[in-house]
Write a protein that binds this ligand. Sequence first.
Ligand code: AMP
Length: 648
Amino acid sequence: MAGDVLFVQAAGRDTRPGSLTMVLLQISEPGEPTASHHSRQIALGIDLGTTNSLVAHFDGTETQVLKDDAGRAALPSVVYFGSDDTKIGYAAEPFSVTEPANTVASAKRLLGRAREEFADDPYLTLTQGGALAFSTAAGDKTPVEVSSTILSALKCRAEQHLSGNIAGAVITVPAYFDDAQRQATRQAAELSGIRVLRLLNEPTAAAVAYGLDADAEEASILAVYDLGGGTFDISILRMREGLFEVLATGGDSALGGDDFDRAITDFWLAELGLTQPSAIQRRVLLGLARSAKETLSAQQEVTMDCRALDIDCAELSLSREVLEGLVGSLIDRTLQACDVALLDAEVDSVDRVVLVGGATRMPRVRAAVTECFGREPLCRLDPDQVVAMGAARQADVLVGNRGEGEALLLDVIPLSLGLETYGGLVEKIIERNSTIPVARAQEFTTARDGQTGLVVHVLQGERERVEDCRSLARFELTGIPPMVAGAARIEVTFRVDADGILEVTAVEQLTGARSEVIVKPAFGLDETQITEMLKASYEFAAEDMTARQLAEARVEGEALLAGLQSAMSQDGDLLVVDEAQHLKEGMQALEGILAADDPQAIREMTEQVGRVSEDFAARRMDRSIQSALKGVSLTSLDADQTEERSDS
Ligand code: AMP
């Protein structure tokens, strides 16, 4: 244990060029390119969806979405856990009405999330280990276990269709999934015995399905517009020489085709004068609304049989024109999110638009997208299958079935990652929307004389102060030899791998003392929370900046004062004639000005005192480093090295 654990203080970034390194790592492919032309490896693409999941396979010529015995491609992401029976997909769906407590749907929304976020859910419980779980007749089932059951069913389907061992799968995740959500997805796959070749962002998979990776054009910008039943996602990608990079993501996690159904239902209720419909009448109307909406994608008018409503009316009708009037404002909301994403991506126009999600079959949606982006969207492929198809193509590349130089996929991180520095401030190490994989290193130093350890506190967010960001992890670096403040050089490296998982390492450069953590945050962030955090960061930008400048100026001033006081009492003999008097005067003036809310004045006085003490500080630094190294051999330095690794 470190006797004196303190937060790190940023070490003169501006004054020491070269101490800040910036490396964009090469992507290392997880697949082993061992296959020859004669032995194709079998690889799968899996779209693990909130409502439906799919599995696809690329056979070297074409991509096939694998179907069940009844010829259906989608497997509803629903699992029934009875006391002695488990049912998955369509077979599980009826139980959501008869035994809702034992029937789990939409487990994806809970993957990698914390229990606090679902405190009110009556069907949720906690396992002995403290994990969030669904309480069912077959015992507690975590979201990872539920997802793993769905993945096992898809794997089983693939084994029936394809002969031979399955080498691995690419599994798609929403682009905004954070570390915890990605790790949970990976765990679910591992639990079902599937080797994960890579987690791939859904929009990127859709672009790959259209073969845009093989596009010979120069750099082009793509928009992926994904409107499903319950969610809307927009992603802006850049494709360059077969490489995809996600520039920005956005959307609305509570907007989709289901809202269109509700708008139609409300319209019919008003038309029928049914002010207080029963729950059954509402459910029947919602079903009719959904099929009317889908039919109106192919024709102008539709009439629905509504005798099941048990009212004095046998038919309900709807025209495409009326439907479009009802859902116009909802579609407009998706377009506003597109504009924000374009701004975030810092692009004015896009070269291609890809449609994903069942609701993009609506002609009005297509027309709105065309107008918004100024070009016709690509919609040749089934919008419900396009993600699984792209994943299958990428899986084929990753197991080595195709030559080198195939597409590598790059994604972005949704919120900045950084660490806490002295004074409760956040130093951003990796900026939001940075392309992954990425590794960035920055040098820090100790804030106090004799400090032998420090806490590295990893945070996520755009705000300047620790309390306004999300805490992801904390770990200690120990074994720093006692030196004067500012003499230790600690390099902290943030590395986000191709799956978006963050690893943070801190190394003290003199001794090589080292500590690292793989960040698996205690709770995930969904898209709404990310949007909220971004909004707050814009709203409070000016206020944050002023607070930061003052806090930084005070930290620097106080650190200088504390440092000088202890330096003068320890190494007073190094002071030359008049130096002590000058220093004391300067220190008094600085102390006086620290209480004022004037960062500029504090900074100027700190610099002035710093200049007066420069020579003295240099003499002390030499003495300190010499004594830290005195009598310490290289071997004992190695033995002192602290290795701390944690996976939690
Ligand atoms: P997804 O979540 O991608 O499967 O999308 C499901 C949504 O797409 C539901 O709201 C469906 O009603 C909607 N949808 C499916 N087919 C059509 C269609 N032909 N026209 C309009 N909406 C559709």
